[in-house]
Design a protein around this ligand. Structure first.
Ligand SMILES: [Zn+2]
Length: 298
C-alpha cells in the first residue's frame, strides 16, 4: 500500500485518500475517524499520521460493517482503546465479522471466502448509533443511507461536508464493473432520490474523489442510470424460466465480466436483490419445482 496522506477539506474536516477513504474530524488535539480503511495496514498508517500531529484518536464512526470500511478498527482500537460507533445491526457484523461472508454465501462460508476482503478482524462497538440525528459527544450528524447494506449511514460535519459511504460509486468504477453490491434496491433508489435534493458544499464517497454539488448530482444520476440498466438487463435476458445462477451468468456474459470468488458472492447477491425487487414490483414470478427455484418474467 502506498503511503497515506491527510488532506484538509475545510476547517476541521480532513480525509485520507485510500482504497476506502477515511474521514478525519479534528477538535482540540483529538481526532474522530469516519471508517478506518480497508485493512490493518491502513489502520497502522492512519495511527502514524495522527501521532505525527499529536492527535489522540477518540472515536471511529463506522458508516457500515463491510470489511473494507472497518479494516483498521481492530489495530486502532487495540493501540488507542478508542471508542467505535455504528448502528445496531451493523455493529453485530463488526463484532462478529464471519457474518459478512456467511450472509453473502447464504451458508457456511467456505475457505475461499474467509479472507480480508470479506472478513475483517473483530472489534468492539462501544456506542450504538441511531441512523439519523446528532452523534452524541461530537459535532457530527448521522444521515440514513439505506440500500447498500442493512443500516448504512452517512456522516455530515458542521461545515457541511457529507461523507456518503457506499451510497454512490465513482463513475470509473461503475464503468469498469457495471454492477456494485446492493442489498435493498427499493431503499437504494430512495437514497439516490434524496441525494438529488442535497445542498452540501462537498461530498466524500468512500471510493473515489471528493466532489462539489454539481459533480455529485451528476454522480447520483449516473448511479441511478446504471442501476436501471442492471435491472433492464436482468429482465431482458429472462426469456424462459431460469434459476438465479443462470440469470447471473447471463448478466456476466452481457457485461463480459469474469468473477473471482469474492466478486461472485457480491454480484450474485446484487442479482438476487434485483430479483427480490422485481418480485415486489410484480415484474417477475417465482416457481418452486423439482428442487429448483425458477424465475419467470411476467
Ligand atoms: Zn460497502
Amino acid at each position: 500500500m502506498p503511503p497515506l496522506t491527510l488532506t484538509q477539506l475545510s476547517n476541521s474536516t480532513f480525509y485520507i485518500s485510500s482504497p476506502s477513504n477515511v474521514g478525519v474530524i479534528i477538535y482540540s488535539s483529538k481526532a474522530i475517524l469516519i471508517d478506518s480503511g480497508n485493512n490493518r495496514e491502513a489502520g497502522r498508517q492512519i495511527l502514524k499520521l495522527l501521532k505525527e500531529r499529536d492527535l489522540e484518536l477518540s472515536l471511529i464512526v463506522n458508516t457500515h460493517s463491510h470489511a473494507d470500511h472497518i479494516g483498521g478498527n481492530e489495530f486502532l482500537q487495540k493501540r488507542t482503546n478508542c471508542r467505535v460507533a455504528a448502528t445496531s445491526v451493523e455493529s453485530n457484523f463488526i463484532e462478529h465479522p464471519v457474518l459478512e461472508p456467511t450472509v453473502l454465501n447464504g451458508g457456511f462460508p467456505h475457505i475461499r471466502l474467509q479472507n480480508k476482503f470479506l472478513m475483517a478482524r473483530p472489534s468492539r462497538v462501544t456506542d450504538i448509533l441511531l441512523n439519523s440525528g446528532k452523534i452524541s459527544e461530537t459535532s457530527l450528524t448521522a444521515v440514513p443511507l439505506p440500500g447498500h447494506f442493512l443500516d448504512m449511514i452517512g456522516v455530515e460535519t458542521v461545515d457541511e461536508v457529507l461523507f456518503t459511504a457506499d451510497s454512490v460509486i465513482a463513475e470509473e468504477v461503475l464503468e469498469k464493473y457495471h454492477l456494485n453490491f446492493l442489498y435493498d434496491i427499493k431503499s437504494h433508489f430512495k437514497t439516490l432520490e434524496i441525494h438529488k435534493q442535497r445542498e452540501n458544499s462537498l461530498f466524500v464517497p468512500s471510493h473515489g474523489n471528493p466532489v462539489g454539488l454539481d459533480l455529485f448530482r451528476g454522480l447520483v444520476e449516473y448511479n441511478e442510470f446504471k442501476l436501471n440498466e442492471n435491472i433492464r438487463i436482468v429482465l431482458d435476458q429472462m426469456t424462459k424460466k431460469q434459476t438465479s445462477e443462470e440469470i447471473l451468468a447471463q448478466v456476466c456474459r452481457y457485461y463480459n465480466l469474469e468473477l473471482n470468488a469474492n466478486q461472485y458472492v457480491l454480484i450474485f447477491s446484487t442479482v438476487r436483490s434485483i430479483l427480490a425487487y422485481l418480485l415486489d414490483e410484480k415484474k417477475v414470478e417465482v416457481l418452486y419445482t423439482e428442487g429448483q427455484m425458477l424465475w419467470r418474467r411476467l
